[in-house]
Design a protein around this ligand. Structure first.
Ligand code: UDP
Ligand code: MG
Length: 324
């Protein structure tokens, strides 16, 4: 093969592939990608960055086969498993292209769509998001889990969020730079990219089946991702206590006023004879409501601290003119 990394073209595309125990897929992925690239070869330089997220199988040797024969292939190896989100972030930090495409190394993201991503970018899109139409491989729990997840997020969360958006994305250099300026640690790549804004285009695709192995995202990793998405994309869970408190206090107040007027002011015309324990229960409910409201108030401060600690840039600039 012997491709050199020398710059031939004006534009360079970085392809970022996070891999964790994907030894069975690497060679095939490389082949599919280079096949697709043959048609793009005349227009763009390629930088293929594999980020080995602490694999324990032969992923390392598999990748090294290609770093030796193909100078376009670059390789980052983590000291241990840090998770896909971090692997993608590392890839974006090291990417030098005018645009970067993030793609899974397990061939579930159709490589042949890459020219379409690039074409939309050429037409002015700054973020191109691969959106999943259906996935055959998912079991029922995962399938319904993701439906419920997106419905919940849409109800409580951020309106900028692309439902069913995957990590198969193209980012313009401006977006990569903005992304690299985000310092939060508990990051969800998709959520963060969606938060950044920019001109967005969508490409719909069917996820393919995994050829080898199981999805390396275990259920526990997925639930962690799920909770992280909620916590980092919405403050609703924090405020839930407050809302509940308001509701409970309101109900207790209504009950209380009813008992007070019916039994003590109007002298029990309905003959309900509210006992002492009923009255105690209503007072108790009122107090629980007050405690929850206080929790909600504290949550507001915590939400404030959370945004401060995330330390996201205050604004993202797309373009500057006449500034040096
Ligand atoms: N991956 C990773 N680190 C991890 C888990 C996964 O880099 O801790 C990579 C994995 O090798 C694959 C991609 O992230 O290229 C997507 O992982 P997976 O197929 O397990 O997730 P799913 O397809 O279920 O979203
Ligand atoms: Mg996968």
């Amino acid at each position: 093969m012997g491709y050199s990394a020398q710059i031939y073209h004006e534009k360079k595309i970085s392809i970022i592939v996070p891999v964790f125990n994907e030894a069975g897929h690497i060679a095939l992925f490389y082949k599919e990608l280079t096949d697709v690239w043959k048609n793009l070869h005349d227009k763009y330089d390629l930088e293929l960055i594999f980020v080995n997220d602490g694999s324990t199988d032969d992923t390392d040797t598999e990748i090294k086969k290609f770093t030796q024969s193909d100078a376009r292939v670059k390789y980052l190896e983590f000291s241990r498993n840090f998770g896909k989100e971090i692997a993608v972030s590392a890839g974006l930090k090291y990417a030098s292209g005018d645009a970067a495409v993030i793609i899974d190394g397990d061939l579930q993201h159709p490589v042949e769509l890459m020219p379409q991503f690039i074409a939309l970018w050429e037409k002015g899109a700054e973020v191109v998001v691969g959106v999943i139409k259906s996935s055959k491989n998912k079991n029922l729990l995962r399938k319904h889990g993701s439906r419920i997840f997106y419905t919940l997020l849409r109800l409580v969360g951020d309106s900028n969020f692309v439902p069913h958006g995957t990590d198969y994305r193209l980012l313009d250099r401006k977006v990569i730079n903005a992304f690299n300026n985000c310092t939060e640690r508990n990051r969800i790549t998709r959520g963060l990219i969606d938060w950044l804004g920019f001109k967005r285009e969508l490409i719909y695709f069917d996820a393919k089946e995994r050829r080898y192995g199981k999805p390396t995202y275990s259920l526990s990793k997925l639930s962690k991702l799920f909770m992280n998405s909620f916590v980092s994309l919405s403050f609703f869970p924090l405020k839930l206590a407050g809302y509940l408190g308001l509701l409970i206090t309101l109900i207790a107040c209504l009950f209380g006023t009813f008992i007070l007027t019916e039994q003590y002011i109007l002298r029990d015309p309905l003959q309900l004879h509210f006992s002492g324990s009923v009255q105690l229960a209503v007072i108790n409910m009122f107090l629980v409501g007050i405690v929850l409201i206080c929790l909600g108030l504290i949550a507001l401060y915590i939400a404030n601290m959370h945004t401060e600690i995330l330390n996201r840039p205050f604004f993202i600039i797309r373009n500057k003119e006449n500034f040096d």
